[in-house]
Design a protein. Structure first.
Length: 337
């Protein structure tokens, strides 16, 4: 009887307690401190059936501020630049959490195939970048789910505008308007929203003319608690009380109020047109997050578009006509002809 009681009752309790303790201490650390993937599953030389190989692409680097407080220093970013001759419009392409320029997110394609190739073929100069704590870019932990990563997007916008200006000067043509658009997916989608909202504080070099955000979240807290209670890949789901415990653990690790990381609180500060793209079968960030932000902008009289599709997280590229919609959006709102 004691042995049976130990096997049937005590061992499961101990195992469950150890699992919860591990999740409590290590789970949040893995989410916010260790998402980096240094390796690329594909590069412009190997992806897209060789279509980017002849794009005269370059490895580039530039610096981003670590935070609003410039005394905290800078972090070095790396990117891949795909120029177009005589271009006056550039697009900054931003990956999601745990991915990088050449790593597939959620076993899907990388941003090279999801955005870079189509935009470059359409005539835009394109800059793909690795966000801080990802890929080949520098460390500046913790991962802030788009809040501080927005400075990386702004650094990319400035670098790309200056690069286009240098190229135009080489052609003795500086009397031209240069426009920069941004595209991001998932956490990258939140990053470009924050960046576009903050850009008005930094002047013309950081101006963003159009924003495309694929599968963004409106609130970090909402998607995290949803993931724990409904959609995590474990064979069991956490009750709300345990989910709240883990969430409080994450909050304790952050140097700022993570519960306030809410793109929906800044989306009405964006003057540029915004295109929201979202899958109705998204298990990570429900499509209602994009709908909420879209309706907020419409109610405020701000230019906004919403494209819903029947697929999952960051998968609109599988749909016929998606790239046509994306390219037309950027052409319309960046004066590309």
């Amino acid at each position: 009887m004691p042995a049976k009681f130990w096997t049937l009752v005590c061992l499961p309790i101990i195992a469950s307690s150890l699992l919860l303790l591990t999740l409590y201490w290590l789970g949040p650390l893995g989410l916010i401190y260790f998402p980096r993937y240094h390796s690329y599953q594909e590069t412009p030389e190997t992806c897209c059936e060789g279509l980017l190989r002849s794009a005269d692409w370059q490895i580039v680097s530039f610096n981003s501020w670590k935070s609003w407080d410039k005394s905290e220093g800078k972090v070095k970013l790396e990117g891949w630049y795909f120029p177009q001759k005589n271009a006056t419009v550039g697009i900054v392409v931003v990956h999601g959490h745990g991915a990088n320029m050449g790593r597939r997110m959620h076993l899907e394609r990388s941003v090279l195939e999801k955005a870079v190739l189509a935009l470059h073929v359409a005539g835009f100069s394109v800059l793909a970048l690795d966000l801080r704590n990802h890929g080949s870019s520098g460390l500046a932990p913790p991962v802030s789910m788009g809040l501080m990563e927005s400075f990386d997007v702004l650094a990319g916008v400035r670098w790309l505008r200056e690069k286009l200006l240098i190229e135009r000067r080489a052609q003795n043509d500086t009397n031209v308007e240069l426009n920069i658009g941004v595209w991001g997916e998932s956490m990258g989608g939140a990053s470009v929203i924050f960046a576009a909202a903050y850009s008005r504080h930094f002047g013309e070099k950081y101006r963003i003319s159009a924003v495309a955000s694929d599968s963004p979240f409106a609130s970090v807290q909402e998607i995290f608690l949803r993931w724990l209670t409904l959609n995590n890949p474990l064979p069991f789901k956490f009750p709300a009380s345990v989910a709240s415990l883990l969430w409080n653990r994450i909050i304790s690790l952050y140097p700022w109020e993570i519960k306030d990381i809410r793109p929906d609180e800044v989306v009405e500060e964006i003057e540029a047109p915004v295109l929201f793209i979202h899958g109705e079968d998204d298990p990570i960030a429900p499509w209602q997050h994009s709908e909420r932000m879209h309706l907020m902008r419409i109610a405020s009289g701000l230019p906004s578009e919403l494209v819903l599709h029947p697929l999952g997280h960051v998968r609109p590229y599988e749909l016929p006509g998606y790239f046509r919609v994306l390219i037309e959006f950027f052409r319309t709102h960046t004066k590309e002809t």
